[in-house]
Design a protein around this ligand. Structure first.
Ligand code: IPE
Ligand code: IPE
Ligand code: MG
Length: 241
């Protein structure tokens, strides 16, 4: 029996570290911001195709807490893109039955951006086709720390901690283990993304830069996921005994 939180009845939970925007741009002698803009188009492609590929929840790493340390101009460009993206994505999400939510810290974001996120969350709360989570000012270690410091001294279980973690991330009761983690851009690391939720995630690394990532690339990745045998620490039934 798979452990709690990995129930795939609502479709797979796929998480994507959308990496490689800057290098994509630099290879074309463009500014890094142009790579981020092209990255937004890749987000739209993936979000549109996910529901038909058996994905029920999709968590996208858009901005890490460590990304604040990038040059001011790049941070501003990223925040500007998010301010444009959230309202337009809200309209699209309502049309397509996508529930849009944000995970991460809100207290360091521009108040206008926070308002548009809150609006998006309210307007799309009835969406059932896809549970889309955007990670902004996100740090898994920070989220785990906040959940742990909210924990009572006694009576904690895996499940109660899962709930606290979801709450600390801003998801209320929406905790879900990650089934499949994709990272584009060629690096093979987690960069402080969903450390707890990925305990038994299948990992997939591709050299494709995020702005080049297409629905066909997502399909190729998912075909690889289907070939994996998940064991959750147990022995497969065929070799038991
Ligand atoms: C990922 O692309 C997007 C963000 C981190 C916001 P990068 O900007 O990290 O692109 P590379 O890794 O420098 O190519
Ligand atoms: C991770 O990518 C963050 C996002 C994709 C939003 P980074 O490019 O920031 O990660 P590192 O610095 O290569 O580990
Ligand atoms: Mg990067």
């Amino acid at each position: 029996m798979p452990p709690a939180g990995s129930d795939t009845a609502g479709g797979l939970h796929v998480a994507i570290i959308m990496d490689g925007n800057g290098r994509w741009a630099q290879r074309r002698s463009l500014r890094r911001a142009a790579g981020h803009r092209a990255g937004v188009r890749a987000v739209r492609r993936v979000v549109e195709s996910a529901p038909s590929m058996g994905i029920g929840a999709l968590t996208l790493y858009a901005f890490s807490s460590d990304n604040w340390q990038r040059p001011k101009g790049e941070v501003q460009a990223l925040m500007r893109l998010l301010r444009e993206f959230i309202p337009s994505e809200t309209r699209r999400s309502v049309r397509n039955g996508v529930r849009l939510r944000m995970i991460g810290r809100r207290d360091r974001l521009d108040p206008g951006l926070v308002r548009s996120i809150e609006k998006a969350e309210a307007a799309t709360s009835g969406g059932r086709a896809l549970d889309l989570r955007l990670a902004i000012d996100y740090s898994a270690r920070d989220q785990i720390l906040r959940a742990a410091s909210a924990l009572e001294a006694e009576g904690a279980t895996r499940e109660s901690f899962d709930r606290r973690l979801a709450t600390a991330g801003g998801l209320g009761d929406g905790y879900r283990d990650v089934d499949f983690l994709i990272r584009t851009g060629g690096e093979q690391r987690l960069s402080d993304f969903l450390l707890w939720e990925c305990a038994y995630a299948e990992l997939y690394f591709t050299p494709v830069m995020w702005p080049d990532f297409t629905a066909a690339d997502l399909e190729t990745a998912l075909a690889e996921f289907q070939r994996r045998q998940r064991r959750f620490g147990q022995v497969p039934e065929s070799s038991a005994g």
